[in-house]
Design a protein around this ligand. Structure first.
Ligand SMILES: *Cc1c(COP(=O)(O)O)cnc(C)c1O
Length: 352
Protein backbone atom coordinates (compact mmCIF):
# COMPACT_ATOMS: atom_id res chain seq x y z
CA UNK A 1 0.00 0.00 0.00
CA UNK A 2 1.12 3.56 -0.59
CA UNK A 3 1.80 5.57 2.57
CA UNK A 4 -0.64 8.45 2.80
CA UNK A 5 1.67 10.38 5.11
CA UNK A 6 5.45 10.56 5.34
CA UNK A 7 8.02 12.02 7.70
CA UNK A 8 11.09 12.80 5.61
CA UNK A 9 14.20 12.57 7.80
CA UNK A 10 17.08 14.68 6.51
CA UNK A 11 20.48 13.10 6.95
CA UNK A 12 22.30 16.35 6.16
CA UNK A 13 20.27 18.34 8.71
CA UNK A 14 20.85 15.68 11.38
CA UNK A 15 24.57 15.43 10.66
CA UNK A 16 24.96 19.22 10.63
CA UNK A 17 23.16 19.53 13.98
CA UNK A 18 25.28 16.78 15.55
CA UNK A 19 28.49 18.38 14.32
CA UNK A 20 27.46 21.82 15.58
CA UNK A 21 26.36 20.54 19.01
CA UNK A 22 29.49 18.41 19.56
CA UNK A 23 31.65 21.39 18.60
CA UNK A 24 29.83 23.68 21.04
CA UNK A 25 29.88 21.06 23.83
CA UNK A 26 33.54 20.20 23.20
CA UNK A 27 32.75 16.49 23.72
CA UNK A 28 31.19 13.55 21.89
CA UNK A 29 27.46 12.88 22.11
CA UNK A 30 25.27 10.32 23.83
CA UNK A 31 22.36 10.95 21.49
CA UNK A 32 18.89 10.60 23.05
CA UNK A 33 16.73 8.49 20.73
CA UNK A 34 13.94 7.77 23.21
CA UNK A 35 10.30 7.84 22.08
CA UNK A 36 11.13 6.71 18.52
CA UNK A 37 13.95 9.25 18.34
CA UNK A 38 11.62 12.13 19.25
CA UNK A 39 9.14 10.79 16.69
CA UNK A 40 11.66 10.68 13.83
CA UNK A 41 11.80 6.86 13.86
CA UNK A 42 14.27 5.00 16.09
CA UNK A 43 15.63 2.76 13.38
CA UNK A 44 15.79 5.51 10.75
CA UNK A 45 17.66 7.89 13.05
CA UNK A 46 20.17 5.44 14.50
CA UNK A 47 21.03 4.17 11.01
CA UNK A 48 21.73 7.76 9.93
CA UNK A 49 23.52 8.84 13.13
CA UNK A 50 25.54 5.76 14.09
CA UNK A 51 28.33 6.57 11.64
CA UNK A 52 28.70 10.21 12.70
CA UNK A 53 32.16 10.66 14.23
CA UNK A 54 30.81 12.72 17.14
CA UNK A 55 28.22 10.13 18.22
CA UNK A 56 29.68 8.00 21.02
CA UNK A 57 26.42 6.17 21.70
CA UNK A 58 22.66 6.40 22.20
CA UNK A 59 20.42 7.06 25.21
CA UNK A 60 16.95 5.53 25.54
CA UNK A 61 14.13 5.72 28.07
CA UNK A 62 12.77 2.18 28.29
CA UNK A 63 14.23 -1.37 28.15
CA UNK A 64 12.40 -2.24 24.94
CA UNK A 65 14.13 0.63 23.12
CA UNK A 66 17.47 -0.52 24.53
CA UNK A 67 16.88 -4.09 23.32
CA UNK A 68 15.92 -2.85 19.84
CA UNK A 69 19.12 -0.81 19.60
CA UNK A 70 21.34 -3.58 20.93
CA UNK A 71 20.03 -5.86 18.17
CA UNK A 72 20.34 -3.18 15.49
CA UNK A 73 23.84 -1.92 16.34
CA UNK A 74 25.80 -4.52 18.26
CA UNK A 75 28.79 -2.92 19.95
CA UNK A 76 27.50 0.67 19.90
CA UNK A 77 27.08 1.96 23.48
CA UNK A 78 23.47 2.31 24.65
CA UNK A 79 22.52 3.86 28.01
CA UNK A 80 19.13 3.24 29.58
CA UNK A 81 18.06 6.47 31.32
CA UNK A 82 15.37 5.11 33.67
CA UNK A 83 15.57 2.34 36.28
CA UNK A 84 14.78 -1.14 34.91
CA UNK A 85 12.67 -3.61 36.89
CA UNK A 86 14.89 -6.01 38.88
CA UNK A 87 14.11 -8.90 36.51
CA UNK A 88 15.17 -6.81 33.50
CA UNK A 89 18.67 -6.07 34.85
CA UNK A 90 20.25 -9.40 33.87
CA UNK A 91 18.89 -9.52 30.30
CA UNK A 92 19.86 -5.87 29.68
CA UNK A 93 23.38 -6.43 31.01
CA UNK A 94 23.66 -9.49 28.75
CA UNK A 95 22.82 -7.23 25.79
CA UNK A 96 25.62 -4.83 26.81
CA UNK A 97 23.20 -2.02 27.71
CA UNK A 98 24.66 0.50 30.17
CA UNK A 99 22.41 0.76 33.23
CA UNK A 100 21.58 3.74 35.46
CA UNK A 101 22.34 3.14 39.13
CA UNK A 102 21.15 5.30 42.01
CA UNK A 103 21.32 3.16 45.16
CA UNK A 104 23.51 0.61 46.94
CA UNK A 105 20.79 -2.00 46.45
CA UNK A 106 20.92 -1.44 42.67
CA UNK A 107 24.74 -1.44 42.69
CA UNK A 108 24.78 -4.77 44.53
CA UNK A 109 22.16 -6.33 42.25
CA UNK A 110 24.15 -5.82 39.02
CA UNK A 111 25.74 -8.93 37.53
CA UNK A 112 29.56 -8.84 37.31
CA UNK A 113 29.60 -8.14 33.54
CA UNK A 114 27.27 -5.08 33.79
CA UNK A 115 28.35 -1.53 33.04
CA UNK A 116 26.86 1.24 35.17
CA UNK A 117 26.36 4.99 34.95
CA UNK A 118 25.83 6.51 38.39
CA UNK A 119 22.73 8.75 38.25
CA UNK A 120 23.02 11.82 40.49
CA UNK A 121 19.97 13.90 41.35
CA UNK A 122 21.24 17.45 41.63
CA UNK A 123 17.87 19.18 41.67
CA UNK A 124 15.57 17.83 38.96
CA UNK A 125 14.08 15.57 41.65
CA UNK A 126 12.98 12.93 39.17
CA UNK A 127 15.58 10.14 39.36
CA UNK A 128 18.97 9.48 40.90
CA UNK A 129 20.85 9.40 44.18
CA UNK A 130 21.08 12.61 46.16
CA UNK A 131 24.62 14.02 46.06
CA UNK A 132 25.28 13.08 49.69
CA UNK A 133 24.46 9.42 48.93
CA UNK A 134 25.85 9.24 45.40
CA UNK A 135 29.53 9.02 46.35
CA UNK A 136 29.05 5.81 48.34
CA UNK A 137 27.04 4.28 45.49
CA UNK A 138 29.74 5.29 43.01
CA UNK A 139 32.49 3.74 45.14
CA UNK A 140 30.51 0.51 45.53
CA UNK A 141 30.24 0.33 41.71
CA UNK A 142 33.93 1.15 41.33
CA UNK A 143 34.94 -1.56 43.83
CA UNK A 144 32.94 -4.06 41.80
CA UNK A 145 34.61 -2.83 38.59
CA UNK A 146 31.27 -1.76 37.08
CA UNK A 147 31.48 2.05 37.12
CA UNK A 148 31.78 3.43 33.57
CA UNK A 149 30.01 6.79 33.85
CA UNK A 150 28.17 9.31 36.02
CA UNK A 151 25.50 11.77 35.01
CA UNK A 152 22.93 14.29 36.08
CA UNK A 153 20.12 16.16 34.33
CA UNK A 154 19.37 19.91 34.27
CA UNK A 155 15.85 21.14 35.05
CA UNK A 156 16.21 24.69 33.70
CA UNK A 157 19.18 24.79 31.29
CA UNK A 158 16.98 25.98 28.41
CA UNK A 159 15.74 29.02 30.32
CA UNK A 160 17.31 32.48 30.31
CA UNK A 161 18.01 32.39 34.07
CA UNK A 162 20.83 29.86 34.54
CA UNK A 163 21.39 30.26 38.29
CA UNK A 164 19.72 26.98 39.25
CA UNK A 165 21.47 25.07 36.43
CA UNK A 166 24.83 26.40 37.70
CA UNK A 167 23.97 25.20 41.21
CA UNK A 168 23.09 21.78 39.84
CA UNK A 169 26.38 21.58 37.98
CA UNK A 170 28.38 22.56 41.08
CA UNK A 171 26.68 19.77 43.05
CA UNK A 172 27.55 17.30 40.29
CA UNK A 173 31.18 18.46 40.20
CA UNK A 174 31.46 17.91 43.97
CA UNK A 175 30.31 14.30 43.53
CA UNK A 176 32.72 13.72 40.62
CA UNK A 177 35.62 15.11 42.65
CA UNK A 178 35.07 12.36 45.24
CA UNK A 179 34.96 9.52 42.68
CA UNK A 180 37.54 7.82 40.45
CA UNK A 181 37.59 9.19 36.87
CA UNK A 182 34.46 8.27 34.88
CA UNK A 183 32.65 9.25 31.69
CA UNK A 184 30.78 12.26 33.09
CA UNK A 185 27.80 13.84 31.34
CA UNK A 186 25.30 16.50 32.30
CA UNK A 187 24.19 18.77 29.45
CA UNK A 188 20.99 18.24 27.50
CA UNK A 189 20.52 20.40 24.41
CA UNK A 190 19.67 23.46 26.50
CA UNK A 191 22.79 22.90 28.61
CA UNK A 192 25.04 22.70 25.53
CA UNK A 193 23.59 25.83 23.97
CA UNK A 194 23.57 27.78 27.26
CA UNK A 195 27.00 26.79 28.62
CA UNK A 196 29.12 25.50 25.74
CA UNK A 197 31.93 23.28 27.07
CA UNK A 198 31.42 22.33 30.73
CA UNK A 199 34.61 21.50 32.66
CA UNK A 200 35.30 17.83 33.34
CA UNK A 201 32.62 16.45 31.02
CA UNK A 202 33.22 13.54 28.62
CA UNK A 203 29.85 13.43 26.85
CA UNK A 204 26.68 15.48 26.28
CA UNK A 205 23.07 14.45 25.60
CA UNK A 206 21.31 16.84 23.19
CA UNK A 207 17.80 15.68 22.31
CA UNK A 208 15.49 18.28 20.81
CA UNK A 209 18.44 20.39 19.59
CA UNK A 210 19.83 17.44 17.63
CA UNK A 211 16.49 17.28 15.84
CA UNK A 212 16.77 20.98 15.01
CA UNK A 213 15.01 23.03 17.70
CA UNK A 214 16.05 25.44 20.42
CA UNK A 215 14.29 28.13 22.41
CA UNK A 216 14.46 31.55 20.69
CA UNK A 217 17.07 33.03 23.07
CA UNK A 218 19.51 30.18 22.33
CA UNK A 219 19.09 29.88 18.56
CA UNK A 220 22.17 31.96 17.78
CA UNK A 221 24.45 29.58 19.74
CA UNK A 222 24.53 26.87 17.06
CA UNK A 223 23.32 26.53 13.46
CA UNK A 224 20.46 24.02 13.84
CA UNK A 225 18.10 22.86 11.10
CA UNK A 226 14.84 20.92 11.55
CA UNK A 227 15.39 17.27 10.63
CA UNK A 228 11.78 16.26 9.92
CA UNK A 229 9.44 17.31 7.14
CA UNK A 230 5.89 15.97 7.61
CA UNK A 231 3.67 15.64 4.56
CA UNK A 232 0.54 13.79 3.40
CA UNK A 233 -1.38 13.42 0.18
CA UNK A 234 -4.57 15.09 -0.96
CA UNK A 235 -7.24 12.38 -1.06
CA UNK A 236 -10.23 14.34 -2.41
CA UNK A 237 -10.97 17.76 -3.93
CA UNK A 238 -14.44 19.32 -3.96
CA UNK A 239 -16.31 22.62 -3.82
CA UNK A 240 -18.67 23.95 -1.17
CA UNK A 241 -21.21 26.73 -1.67
CA UNK A 242 -21.42 29.92 0.32
CA UNK A 243 -23.17 29.25 3.64
CA UNK A 244 -22.14 25.59 3.92
CA UNK A 245 -19.99 24.38 6.80
CA UNK A 246 -16.99 22.03 6.82
CA UNK A 247 -16.11 19.31 9.37
CA UNK A 248 -17.43 18.32 12.82
CA UNK A 249 -19.45 20.85 14.70
CA UNK A 250 -19.82 23.11 11.66
CA UNK A 251 -17.23 25.48 13.12
CA UNK A 252 -16.19 26.90 9.75
CA UNK A 253 -18.74 28.36 7.35
CA UNK A 254 -17.98 29.34 3.73
CA UNK A 255 -18.48 33.04 2.98
CA UNK A 256 -18.18 32.29 -0.75
CA UNK A 257 -17.82 29.28 -3.01
CA UNK A 258 -14.66 27.53 -1.80
CA UNK A 259 -12.50 24.73 -3.20
CA UNK A 260 -11.67 22.24 -0.45
CA UNK A 261 -8.89 19.63 -0.46
CA UNK A 262 -9.21 16.77 1.99
CA UNK A 263 -5.79 15.58 3.22
CA UNK A 264 -4.88 12.22 4.76
CA UNK A 265 -3.45 13.25 8.11
CA UNK A 266 -5.20 13.91 11.41
CA UNK A 267 -4.76 14.03 15.15
CA UNK A 268 -4.27 10.25 15.35
CA UNK A 269 -1.13 10.85 13.29
CA UNK A 270 0.08 13.46 15.74
CA UNK A 271 -1.24 16.72 14.33
CA UNK A 272 -2.52 18.65 17.38
CA UNK A 273 -6.33 18.77 17.37
CA UNK A 274 -6.07 21.93 19.46
CA UNK A 275 -4.60 23.71 16.43
CA UNK A 276 -8.17 23.82 14.99
CA UNK A 277 -8.96 27.37 13.92
CA UNK A 278 -5.33 28.44 13.62
CA UNK A 279 -3.63 25.72 11.60
CA UNK A 280 -2.12 26.40 8.20
CA UNK A 281 -0.37 24.06 5.75
CA UNK A 282 1.80 24.45 2.67
CA UNK A 283 0.39 23.32 -0.63
CA UNK A 284 2.13 24.08 -3.89
CA UNK A 285 4.48 26.22 -1.78
CA UNK A 286 1.58 28.42 -0.56
CA UNK A 287 0.31 28.78 2.99
CA UNK A 288 -3.35 27.77 3.20
CA UNK A 289 -5.74 27.58 6.19
CA UNK A 290 -7.15 24.34 7.58
CA UNK A 291 -10.96 24.55 7.57
CA UNK A 292 -12.93 23.57 10.68
CA UNK A 293 -12.13 20.79 13.13
CA UNK A 294 -9.06 18.68 12.55
CA UNK A 295 -10.32 15.08 12.37
CA UNK A 296 -8.75 11.83 13.54
CA UNK A 297 -7.37 10.80 10.14
CA UNK A 298 -7.98 13.82 7.92
CA UNK A 299 -8.20 17.56 7.66
CA UNK A 300 -9.68 19.91 5.07
CA UNK A 301 -7.77 22.79 3.46
CA UNK A 302 -8.92 25.85 1.51
CA UNK A 303 -7.29 25.50 -1.91
CA UNK A 304 -9.45 28.02 -3.77
CA UNK A 305 -7.61 29.32 -6.85
CA UNK A 306 -4.89 26.66 -6.73
CA UNK A 307 -4.50 23.83 -9.21
CA UNK A 308 -4.68 20.91 -6.77
CA UNK A 309 -5.11 17.25 -7.71
CA UNK A 310 -5.72 14.11 -5.70
CA UNK A 311 -2.29 12.68 -4.84
CA UNK A 312 -0.56 16.08 -4.45
CA UNK A 313 1.60 16.48 -1.32
CA UNK A 314 0.66 18.86 1.49
CA UNK A 315 3.44 19.91 3.91
CA UNK A 316 2.54 20.37 7.58
CA UNK A 317 5.98 21.33 8.85
CA UNK A 318 9.60 21.24 7.78
CA UNK A 319 12.41 23.63 7.02
CA UNK A 320 10.20 25.95 4.95
CA UNK A 321 7.63 28.57 5.85
CA UNK A 322 5.95 26.43 8.54
CA UNK A 323 7.96 24.77 11.32
CA UNK A 324 7.14 22.40 14.20
CA UNK A 325 7.46 25.46 16.46
CA UNK A 326 4.54 27.14 14.62
CA UNK A 327 2.38 24.03 14.90
CA UNK A 328 3.26 23.61 18.60
CA UNK A 329 2.25 27.24 19.17
CA UNK A 330 -1.10 26.78 17.36
CA UNK A 331 -1.70 23.59 19.36
CA UNK A 332 -0.83 25.22 22.69
CA UNK A 333 2.08 22.84 23.28
CA UNK A 334 5.82 22.41 22.71
CA UNK A 335 7.96 20.94 19.93
CA UNK A 336 8.78 17.87 22.11
CA UNK A 337 5.12 16.87 22.31
CA UNK A 338 4.32 17.52 18.64
CA UNK A 339 7.33 15.52 17.40
CA UNK A 340 6.91 12.57 19.77
CA UNK A 341 3.22 12.44 18.83
CA UNK A 342 3.87 11.57 15.18
CA UNK A 343 2.11 8.24 14.84
CA UNK A 344 3.05 4.83 13.52
CA UNK A 345 0.89 5.24 10.37
CA UNK A 346 3.34 7.90 9.19
CA UNK A 347 6.11 6.34 7.12
CA UNK A 348 9.63 7.49 8.06
CA UNK A 349 11.77 8.04 4.97
CA UNK A 350 15.45 8.94 5.10
CA UNK A 351 16.46 11.59 2.56
CA UNK A 352 19.80 13.21 1.75
C1 LIG B 1 15.39 13.50 27.28
C2 LIG B 1 16.65 13.65 28.02
C3 LIG B 1 17.70 14.41 27.48
C4 LIG B 1 17.55 15.27 26.24
O1 LIG B 1 16.88 16.46 26.60
P1 LIG B 1 16.64 17.65 25.54
O2 LIG B 1 15.96 18.70 26.33
O3 LIG B 1 15.75 17.08 24.47
O4 LIG B 1 17.98 18.05 25.02
C5 LIG B 1 18.92 14.37 28.14
N1 LIG B 1 19.06 13.68 29.28
C6 LIG B 1 18.06 12.97 29.86
C7 LIG B 1 18.29 12.24 31.14
C8 LIG B 1 16.81 12.95 29.25
O5 LIG B 1 15.81 12.27 29.82
Amino acid sequence: MLARAQALISESALWGNLTALARRAGVRLLLPVKAEAYGHGLETVVRLAAGHPDVWGFAVAVPREAATLAALLPGKPVLLLTPPAPEEVGPLADLGVRLPVASLAEANRLPPHARAHLKVDTGMNRLGARPEEAVAVGWRLAERGLLEGAYTHFATADEPDLRFAREQFARFQAVLAALPPVLAHAANGGGILSFGALPGMSLARPGLAAYGFAPPHLRSQAPLRPVMTLRARVTHVHSVYSGETVSYGGLWRAQQETTVATVGLGYADGYPRNATGQAQVLIGGERRPVLGRICMDQMMVDVTGLNVQVGDWVEFWGRGAITVSDVACWGGTVEYEVLTGVGSRVERVAEG
